[in-house]
Design a protein. Sequence first.
Length: 102
Amino acid sequence: MHTDSDMLSCKIQLNIEPDKTVTKRSVLAVAHRVFDPIGFTAPVMLIPKLILKETWVLKLKWDEILPDGLIRKFKMWYQQLNALEIKLPRWLNISATDVSLS
């Protein structure tokens, strides 16, 4: 939290070796390094979950190298992940009269 601007923020900075072999185990390890108790990054974190789902469909073992298409998806997601920065105002300036319950 940035007290000077009263903003909640989330910036993800992960460091893994880009040439490391990509396996089901490594995708899961990277995906679980993102600590987000409020759920800011839920839409972004869908991609590694879908990659993991595909590994289960293909019945890949934990340390088996992923097919090229999945490796490309994972590396593209990973490169974009470090550029992600989310900032939300802590106070949204909404009063009870602004909210309609109908």
